[in-house]
Design a protein around this ligand. Sequence first.
Ligand code: HPA
Length: 289
Amino acid sequence: MAQIEMNLRNELIEHLDAACDYVRSKLGGIEPKIGITLGSGLGVVAEQVENPLYIPYGDIPCMNRSTVPGHAGRFVVGTFGGKPVIVMQGRLHGYEGNTSQEVAFPIWLMHKLGVDTLITSNAAGAINESYNVGDLCIMADHINFTGRNPIIGSEPNDIAPRFFSMLNCYDPALRKLAHEVADAEGVSVQEGVYLGLRGPSFETAAEIRAFRAWGADTVAMSVCEEVIAARHVGMRVLGISLVSNVACGVGDADPCNEEVFETAFCAAGGFAKVVDGVIRTMPPVPTQE
Ligand code: HPA
C-alpha cells in the first residue's frame, strides 16, 4: 500500500503546483504569455521592463536560487514590447550543481503560469570563424552535449508525454521575424547551430575543432535542457545568443568569464531592440481545437 502511494505521488508536479500558487499570488492578475530568459551579461535588459514586479527565486517554494554573480536570480514581471512578460533575470545552470529537472523547473513553472512562448538567450562563444564578437546569433537548432535530459524519469512523463519531436524546436516563423527586426534595427545577426554543454570549464581547442566538425557555430553552458523542457510542454521557442567571445583555440582565443560578461553587457542594447521588436510584432500562438 505504502509503495502504491509512493508511486502515485509526483513530487515534481507537487513542487510546480506550490511554486505556481506562490508566483500567481504575487502577479495581481497579470497573465504573461511570453517568458524571457536572460543569460550572462543580458540581465540588464530586465531594467527596460515597465511597471516591474520582482519575485526572487529564493522566495519561491521548491525552486533553487541562482548562485552565479551577475545573475540576479529573480523573475521580473511587467510590460516589454507592449505585452505582459515574465522575465528570468538570471537562470539556473547545471554547473551550479542543479539537476537537469532543477534547471528545467522555471520553464515548466512559466508554462504552468500560462506562458506559451519562450524567448531564451545567452552569451556564447563563436566557433564559426565568420562571426564577430557582438553579433547576435539566432539559434537554428542545437546539439545537446550536456549529457543530460530533464525528461528522464517518470515524473516529467506525468506533465506531458515523454516522447516528442525536437524538429524545428526553434520556431521557424519567430526566427524569420527576428531576422527582419534585426535588419530593420541595423543589428548584426547570424543564424547557426548552438552547442550546449555543462561547463564550467571552458572547452579545449580540440573540443572546439570537434564541435565545428559536428556542425556547431556557437557554444555555451546553458539553454539546451531548458529548450527540451519547453518543447516537452509544447511551448514556442526563440533562442538568441549574443556572441561574447571567440571560442577557445580559434585564432589565439582563450576566453574567460570576465570577457563574456563585459561583451554581453555592452551589446545588450541591440539584443533588447530585437526582442522588443519581435514581441511587438509576433502573432499569438494559434489556439488548438
Ligand atoms: N564557451 C562556453 N561557454 C561560453 C562561452 C564559450 O566560449 N562564451 C560564453 N559562454
